[in-house]
Design a protein around this ligand. Structure first.
Ligand code: AMP
Length: 464
């Protein structure tokens, strides 16, 4: 099948051929004709499947004739994060370069005045995060009565981030007669309910089973004592020498700790999390995409949907609390049929989180032992204490201080552990530690192990 067989406008075909795509991906093959017919779509697709072009190409075609009125966008795309929104905007620039469409990006961290000026001139495509969208609406800067096409992208992520009430409000402000394109990587019951209420006789397009991980990604699991996590990360990086890697932490604070630790140990790493100002986030991401830094330590929110064509490796410095995040994280590599590697550094207490991931992906994740590090078993998949599998062998470098920022977790791994928040652009807040302020002494974070006679307590210090 070719792009020309969709009957897309020649200007769009020229732009697609400039990008170098020779044939549509499976989701494009199925979604483009349906969207061109004006039908609603329920797309269940992982990132990396080409879904963005799957909806932008027919949208450009549908919007090519017609003009937007001031403050009345003709289409609206809702994205959970600024990075994803920016990426969709890049797609419109890329594929719409021979068309005269205007688009505006409404994301937190960008100046209101500029966004509002753009809206005043009239935009065909409005790409927004839900919070910023509602802020501008409430200020009377944007009217939604002309929106004919609505895209809700990464719906399951919107749910995780507490955006669903915002989305329901926004949809309530749109004309009833419209085309709705709804995408989600997974389809939990709450997302199914939303899809049922927003979509009218949609064509369901599922390009892979929900929550499957790409076949081309080689997944490995390391189980190490908590104080050894950073050492395990360094060893892994030395052993694998990936061309580039995203390193995921569960919390912003840990992103900072791991970022500083890596740089102190001679690695060149960048960092990306929701507390950084937008301009720095964009610059960091661009630097990573250009290969100026090969390691990027990041949080889930900041890294959501990042599209890097040749990402070699994903490392989970922390086991994600939501099993679905695992699928999203490792979906950054092995995209569009390429191969990739994904490593997860777990501790003995992570058994139930790993069990939830294995259930979700319906696969075992083979274990990997690192030279010189004590390999552990999970305490038990359902709880209990960990136990060492092997003896520690020679350390390749001096031992470090206990990991003072090891994640503290509560709640069950899947639904119950999921945080729901309302109207937050970057809900990565770290819960305050009661009575200790921000600093938790290392000794409190260390797993308690029975002391053997003569054995020195594991309190040796590590600068990183
Ligand atoms: P997405 O799932 O939209 O994030 O896209 C994943 C990657 O696939 C991006 O790097 C796209 O540039 C790339 N891509 C999209 N469509 C095609 C295509 N038809 N052929 C090859 N690569 C594509």
């Amino acid at each position: 099948m070719t792009f020309a067989s969709f009957g897309l406008k020649p200007e769009i075909l020229r732009a697609v051929s400039d990008v170098g795509y020779t044939e549509p991906t499976p989701i494009q093959e199925r979604a483009i004709p349906v969207i061109l017919q004006g039908r609603d779509v329920l797309g269940i697709a992982q990132t990396g499947t080409g879904k963005t072009a799957g909806f932008t190409l027919p949208m450009i075609d549908a919007l090519a004739n017609g003009r937007a009125r001031a403050r009345m966008p003709r289409s609206l795309i809702l994205e959970p994060t600024r990075e994803l929104a920016a990426q969709v905007a890049e797609n419109f620039e890329l594929y719409g370069k021979y068309e005269r469409l205007n688009y505006a990006l409404l994301i937190g961290g960008e100046r209101f005045e500029e966004q509002s000026r753009k809206l005043d001139r009239g935009v065909d495509v409005l790409i927004a995060t839900p919070g910023r969208m509602l802020d501008l609406f409430e200020r009377g800067k944007v009217l939604l009565a002309d929106v004919r096409i609505l895209v809700i992208d990464e719906a399951d992520r919107m749910l995780d981030m507490g955006f669903i009430p915002d989305i329901e409000r926004i949809v309530g402000l749109l004309p009833r007669t419209r085309q709705t394109l709804f995408f989600s990587a997974t389809m939990p019951p709450e997302i199914r309910r939303l899809a049922d209420s927003f979509l009218d006789n949609p064509e369901s397009i599922m390009v892979s089973r929900p929550a499957t991980t790409a076949e081309g990604v080689d997944q490995r699991l390391l189980v190490v004592p908590t104080p050894d996590k950073r050492e395990a990360l360094r060893q892994l990086l030395r052993q694998e020498t990936p061309e580039n890697a995203l390193i995921f932490c569960n919390r912003k604070r840990d992103v900072e700790v791991v970022y500083r630790s890596l740089n102190r140990h001679g690695f060149t790493a960048g960092r990306l999390h929701g507390d950084m100002v937008q301009a720095v986030r964009t610059e960091t991401l661009d630097g990573f995409k250009r290969g100026e830094v090969s390691l990027l330590v990041c949080s889930d929110v900041a890294a959501r949907g990042i599209d890097i064509a040749d990402l070699a490796c994903v490392i989970n410095f922390d086991v994600p609390i939501n099993a679905e995040d695992y699928v999203h994280r490792i979906g950054r590599t092995g995209r569009a049929g390429r191969s990739g590697k994904a490593f997860t550094i777990a501790t003995a207490d992570d058994g139930r989180f790993v069990a939830a991931i294995k259930r979700l992906i319906d696969k075992e994740i083979p274990k990997l032992d690192l030279e010189g590090l004590a390999a552990m078993e999970f305490a038990a998949e359902e709880g209990g204490r960990g136990r060492r599998r092997g003896r520690k062998t020679d350390r390749s470098e001096p031992r470090g201080k206990a990991d003072a920022d090891a994640p503290r977790r509560s709640g069950p791994p899947e639904s119950g552990g999921r945080k729901r928040r309302h109207r937050q652009e970057d809900p990565e807040d770290d819960p305050p530690v009661v009575g200790l302020g921000d600093h938790v002494p290392a000794f409190l974070m260390r797993p308690v192990r029975p002391k053997r006679a003569g054995q020195r307590a594991e309190a040796d210090a590590d600068a990183g």
